[in-house]
Design a protein around this ligand. Sequence first.
Ligand code: ZN
Length: 252
Amino acid sequence: MELVEMFDLVRSHPILATVTMFAGTALASELLWKAIQYARRHTRRRRVHEVLFFNELGEVCLDHHRGKSFTNTNDCRNSHCSLRSLEKIAVLMDEAQYSIDIAIYTFTSNTLWLALKRALQRGVSIRVISDREMVYCNSSKIQEMAAFGVPVRGPFKTNLIMHHKFCVIDGLARVQEILQVKQRKWPRPYESVLISGSVNWTNTGFGANYENCTISSDEILTRQYQEEFNRMWKFFADTAEKFLKSCVEKSE
Ligand SMILES: [Zn+2]
């Protein structure tokens, strides 16, 4: 039977036409549902919810790692391994697609700076808010970041200390802002992640202190931290040049 004849038969037969119409609608909605699921799966990366604790057990495995590549702590049996915890944070930075907004009191960790450098090379937008005194502490990475073109702001006009230790990776509002500037409608798959806790990004913080660091993809938390970062970023708007000038002077 020719295809045209089949259509004529279906059209001329009311029951057959109704059944075909229902089957067609069911198939279309099934396809639509599959398409929505596919889109959801492919616009989100993995979700994370975890707390990292740094304590006296963090470095008992240090000999095991000595001399090995840093990016291979998976075989460590120490569940408190400081190196592995630090590596987890670096991996999250490696997964950043659009933005990393950092509010940090002290930053001297070379591992995290290397991860941030890789992010910069991928075109990820990084912004830093730091304390006006701690920026210039020994081995501060903030000056290196400024030299790399990362905008740095901080509390020059208040006596308050910028004591935060948080970072928002691919915060929704920030990603939308970047997409708008780039005139892109559809984002690559990304996941908003908050990293926040007591730990400063220093060797002491990650190895020699009792500290905590919460990692979360929670929508409410990531949104609230991103909002506070954006608010501070605006409030410190006129400090960017001062920071850059002082950083350049100090590094000379
Ligand atoms: Zn270990």
